[in-house]
Design a protein around this ligand. Structure first.
Ligand SMILES: [Zn+2]
Length: 119
């Protein structure tokens, strides 16, 4: 799915959201102040390159900054790395991302909906 970027006009809160193209103009609410966000075309320019390359970035599957080196070694055979600034997991494509998730014992909500995986 393509990634769209949104920005709060009041407090500069930002969101990068992966969603169907048809939903791109459904503006999210700012989670900091509750205002309606606007598309952030400048940020999107950077994001869309990422989306078209098929790269998948996950905050939830990320690691702590102090664990990045170890995590990179752990996933060396997969096309996955961890952002040196944020610790987010960055996978070359969705297939690599799912493999990496499976190894961590996490599950993608799209694939597995059983509630026991969320405890
Ligand atoms: Zn705001």
């Amino acid at each position: 799915m393509p990634i769209f970027c949104y920005k709060c006009p009041d407090c500069e809160w930002t969101l990068e959201d992966s969603r169907p193209r048809a939903d791109r103009n459904l503006m999210p609410m700012c989670q900091a102040c509750g205002a309606h966000c606007e598309r952030d075309m400048n940020a999107e320019h950077g994001c869309s390159r990422m989306a078209s390359s098929g790269e998948v970035r996950s905050v939830n599957a990320g690691v702590g900054i102090d664990q990045i080196q170890e995590a990179n070694k752990h996933y060396a055979d997969l096309d996955v790395h961890f952002c040196p600034k944020t610790g987010d997991m960055v996978a070359r494509n969705r297939g690599q991302y799912l493999k990496a998730l499976a190894r961590r014992g996490l599950f993608n909500r799209d694939e597995i909906r059983s509630p026991k995986h969320f405890s």
